[in-house]
Design a protein around this ligand. Structure first.
Ligand code: PLP
Length: 398
């Protein structure tokens, strides 16, 4: 890699094989969005008019009636919930998170209450929503949801994510059917999904996306759907949305990223990623204690990842110690290790600059060779890893 801004800032030149991680800067912003942002930064605009233009593009790409850009998908959850609670009542909007209505209950299936870096249910609560958990972690039946809906129900939130429990729950179509039967709007958190139309097509009233994940836009969130609900969410900019606002550059950057998405050559990107996965498979196959499997994305995004399963007795290193060694190394390589207690991590090819795939293959080989050459098995107890997980954060900024 050529020298980049990171070295002059004294930052480590991380290679991201973990996916679209906010903590690593989310994604490679597409050139169209970068150009759009720098072109609008020196100009004054009437932001509501710019958001009207964004609304038209969001509507075209999502099939919704309207849309707007906010700070993040997480902000989108809060704004959409707030809108469902307050409607267009400007005084109620100013009073949030205090609510002057009984109608502030928000349903969410227990198996959807996950953390995307912060808890889903907190995004609902800061908007004045009272969270009603539906069903149990691994089972929601129709009767759970039907009985949870009362005259106090303002909205129902459905989360699409590899983090949610993936069996035993209501699917979106059933969830929508039950909610709509009783006039309850459905808000879908689709932060990380490629398909911009599917969830609205399946009946969601609002679908929320991150602008900075697969779209390759600036850090932002996209709210799309029914016009009246989108408007009520947008009006929250005069209330709790103020601290979640985006500037002209992010609004215009997302517009450009959406238009670039329409013309992106998705199949050649897929082909390139498949090439990376095959290279890594070659580098890992036949190594003692290592199994490399190419697997599809759990939420059906058109993306494969490599699951690297480590048998510590044979590889002489645990999956988590290998992950840590790669992250400590030079250049630092950050793998997708949120399930590493199961003795595997993933390599995600979607955020690599060409050439980095070779460095990843080489570093994997080096660390595995080093481990095999060691007489002892490199095995930090998992408990100690979990115990020290937040040490760095709690020392910040040192
Ligand atoms: C990433 C993610 C979020 C948060 O998105 P931001 O735009 O970073 O706030 C919310 N929900 C899900 C399912 C996510 O994957």
């Amino acid at each position: 890699m050529s020298d980049d801004i990171r070295s002059s800032l004294g930052l480590r030149p991380v290679i991201n094989v973990s996916g679209t991680m906010t903590s690593l800067g989310a994604s490679i912003v597409v050139p169209e969005a970068i150009a759009a942002m720098s072109s609008i930064l020196p100009q004054f605009v009437e932001v509501n008019d710019l958001q009207r233009k964004a609304s038209a593009i969001i509507a075209r790409l999502t099939g919704g009636e309207a849309g707007f850009v906010t700070a993040s998908c997480s902000a989108g959850i809060s704004l959409a919930v707030a809108g469902a609670i307050t409607g267009n009542d400007l005084l109620a909007i100013e009073k949030l998170p205090d609510v002057n209505t009984e109608k502030n209950e928000v349903l969410v299936q227990m198996g959807h209450v996950v953390s995307y870096g912060a808890p889903v249910d907190q995004a609902i609560r800061i908007a004045g929503g009272k969270v009603v958990y539906v069903g149990q972690a691994t089972s929601t039946h129709r009767f759970h949801m039907e009985n949870a809906i009362t005259e106090k129900t303002a909205a129902a939130v459905f989360v699409v994510s590899h983090h949610v429990v993936d069996y035993g729950l209501l699917n979106l179509k059933e969830f929508v059917e039950i909610a709509h039967d009783k006039g309850v709007p459905v808000i879908v958190d689709a932060a990380s999904e490629y398909d911009l139309r599917l969830f609205l097509e399946q009946g969601a009233d609002i679908a929320l996306y991150s602008g900075h994940k697969f779209l390759g836009g600036p850090t932002s969130g996209i709210v799309a759907g029914k016009k009246d609900l989108v408007r009520s969410a947008y009006l929250q900019n005069m209330g709790i949305g103020r601290g979640m606002k985006v500037g002209k550059e992010s609004i215009f950057g997302v517009m450009a990223a959406l238009e670039a998405w329409e013309t992106r050559d998705h199949s050649s990107i897929r082909e390139r990623e498949t090439g990376y996965l095959n290279l890594w498979k070659q580098a890992l196959d036949g190594r003692p204690g290592v199994t490399a499997l190419i697997e599809p994305d759990p939420t059906n995004n058109p993306l494969d990842r490599m699951r690297v399963i480590i048998n510590a007795e044979e590889a002489h290193i645990t999956a988590w110690d290998l992950s840590d060694a790669l992250a400590r190394g030079s250049p630092p390589i950050i793998v997708r290790d949120h399930e590493v207690e199961h003795r595997y991590f993933y390599l995600d090819p979607c955020n690599l600059h060409p050439g980095q795939e070779k460095i990843v293959a080489q570093r994997l080989g080096e660390e595995l060779d080093k481990a095999r050459a060691s007489n002892e098995i490199i095995a930090t107890p998992l408990e100690s890893r979990s115990k020290h997980r937040f040490d760095g954060a709690l020392r910040w900024p040192d």
